[in-house]
Design a binder for this molecule. Sequence first.
Ligand code: MN
Length: 139
Amino acid sequence: MSSDVFAVEPDARPLILVVEDNPANSRLICEMLRAGGYRVHVAADGLQGLDRARGLRPALILTDLQMPGLDGLTLTQTLKSDPATAQVPVLAVTAHAMADHRASALAAGCAGFVTKPIRFQPFLAEIADVLRLTDACRA
Ligand code: MN
């Protein structure tokens, strides 16, 4: 009997980096993402998010906007200005559905916007859309 059946398959699930300073929020987001079939890595603030984005090269980054130290908009601008991370799509996650917050997130280079409270199906649909668009651009 071949031992190939026991070989470990490379993990093809896309890795998503979650940058969120509120532990309850990041737990909820991670649960939803894992249920959606993604691998997840969490950063607890913007600086850690920047470090992990550079080190892990995730398929997508979800970032809270209001965080101590490096906020989500500055994090996004920094990632977009670095050729090494510029192509990683960033989705902003915020409690504010205000039009000006949406505009500043897009101006900073975010690919889109997720508003809290997060609803499971639209959230996963938005992520799938952004990943599809990113793949299409790379092809
Ligand atoms: Mn926050």
